[in-house]
Design a protein around this ligand. Structure first.
Ligand SMILES: Nc1nc2c(ncn2[C@@H]2O[C@H](COP(=O)(O)OP(=O)(O)OP(=O)(O)O)[C@@H](O)[C@H]2O)c(=O)[nH]1
Ligand SMILES: [Mg+2]
Ligand SMILES: [Zn+2]
Length: 312
C-alpha cells in the first residue's frame, strides 16, 4: 500500500540578528534592515542580553529561536540574582567624573569584570573641566600604574575633542559605556552619535529620586565608522556581578596580582594570611597599591561567601 507522502515542512527563513535593546521578554534586534525588528523570545527563556547574536524567525513580532554562543558577557548583581546585561563586547569604557562624588569601588570592580572576560578596558575621566578633576586624577594613578589607559574628556564642555579622543578606540568594535549614574555616559553617547538625543539627566534630580536617567542598555551603530563599530550605553549602577569568578580568575583579573602569580611560597596562595606571600610583600613595599589590595580582599571574601551560598 502506497504511503501518503508526508508534507515537507517549508524551509523556514531564519535571520541572524544582533539584539540592540532588551525590555523583559521584548527585544529589538538588528538584522541589517533599515530599522531594528521587534521580537520576543520563545518559551520562558529570558537571559537574552543586549549585544547577543541571535537567530530570528521572521514574523510580527519576530521570534528569537536561538542565542548564538557568547564571546563574553557582563553580569549585574542584586541581592537575589545575577543577570547578564551585555554580551559580545570588545572594549569597556569605564566612565568616572569628579561629580557626583566618584565611586572608585565601582571603577575598580568594572575593570576586574573586564579583565576576567578578556575585555580591554579604558578609564574615561569625564567632566575634566571641573577643578576637582586634579584630585581625582591622583586617586586614579594606581590604575594607570597597572596599565589601564586613561582619557580625560569633557563631553559637555568640549564634545568635539572628546569624540576625537575616543573614536580611534571604537573602530570595528563593540564598546560599552559603564559607570555610576550621572558621570555622563549618555552625554558621551550623544556626542559620539549625532542625532541620538539619548536622555541625559540632571544629577540632583536623578539622585533624589533614586532613579537613573538611562533605564536599559542600548546598542547603536557608530556613524562614520566602519560596519561593526557599535556603542552601548548602560544605566548607571552600583553592583557588578563578580561572584561567578573563581579565586584564580579573580587573581588573574588584577594585573598587578597576575604579575606575581606563581611567586608565593604556596601555589594556591590566596594572598591573605599565608607565609611567604609575594603579593603581601609587594603591598608592604608599596609596589602594590593598598587600596587595590583591599579591593581584592573584599571581592575575594564576597565570592567565597557566594560560593558557599549560591543564589537561585
Ligand atoms: N560639567 C560637566 N557636566 C557634564 C559633562 N558631561 C555630562 N555632564 C552632565 O552630567 C549630568 C549627567 O549626565 P548623563 O549623561 O545623563 O549621565 P549618565 O552617566 O548617562 O547617567 P545615568 O543614565 O543615570 O547612568 C548631566 O547634567 C550632564 O549635562 C561634562 O563634561 N562636564
Ligand atoms: Mg545615561
Ligand atoms: Zn600570595
Amino acid at each position: 500500500m502506497a504511503r501518503r507522502p508526508q508534507p515537507v515542512e517549508a524551509a523556514q527563513p531564519v535571520l541572524r540578528a544582533r539584539v540592540v535593546a532588551a525590555f523583559g521578554r521584548h527585544f529589538l534586534a538588528d538584522d541589517g534592515g533599515a530599522e531594528p525588528r521587534a521580537c520576543i523570545v520563545r518559551g520562558r527563556r529570558s537571559d537574552v542580553a543586549c549585544g547577543d547574536w541571535v537567530m530570528l524567525q521572521p514574523g510580527d513580532p519576530a521570534t528569537i529561536e536561538r542565542v548564538l554562543p557568547r564571546r563574553n558577557a557582563l553580569w549585574r548583581e542584586d541581592a537575589w540574582r545575577s543577570k547578564v546585561f551585555a554580551a559580545n563586547l570588545d572594549l569597556l569604557l569605564v566612565v568616572t567624573a569628579a561629580e557626583p562624588a566618584p565611586n572608585l569601588e565601582l571603577v575598580g570592580r568594572a575593570l576586574v569584570a573586564a579583565s576576567a572576560q578578556d575585555l580591554q578596558a579604558l578609564v574615561v575621566l569625564n567632566k575634566c573641566e571641573l577643578p576637582a578633576t586634579q584630585a581625582l586624577l591622583r586617586r586614579l594613578q594606581p590604575l594607570r600604574d597597572c596599565g589601564y589607559p586613561l582619557l580625560e574628556v569633557s563631553a559637555a564642555a568640549q564634545p568635539r575633542q572628546a569624540v576625537e579622543q575616543l573614536l580611534p578606540w571604537l573602530q570595528e568594535r563593540s564598546s560599552l559605556l559603564i559607570g555610576a549614574s550621572g558621570v555622563g555616559k549618555s552625554t558621551l553617547a550623544n556626542a559620539l552619535i549625532p542625532g541620538l538625543h539619548a536622555r541625559t539627566g540632571d544629577i540632583s534630580r536623578a539622585l533624589d529620586s533614586g532613579r537613573h536617567t538611562t533605564t536599559s542598555t542600548r546598542l547603536w551603530p557608530i556613524p562614520g565608522l566602519p560596519d561593526g563599530s557599535a556603542l552601548l550605553d548602560s544605566p548607571g549602577f552600583q553592583a557588578f556581578g563578580l561572584n561567578h569568578l573563581s579565586v584564580s580568575q579573580l587573581q588573574h583579573a588584577l594585573p598587578e596580582l597576575a604579575l606575581r602569580n606563581g611567586s608565593c611560597r604556596f601555589h594556591n596562595c590566596t594572598h591573605r594570611e599565608e607565609p611567604g606571600c609575594a603579593v603581601r610583600d609587594a603591598v608592604a613595599r608599596g609596589e602594590i597599591d593598598g587600596e587595590r589590595y583591599a579591593l581584592y580582599l573584599r571581592i575575594l571574601q564576597e565570592l567565597l561567601q557566594a560560593q558557599r551560598h549560591p543564589k537561585a
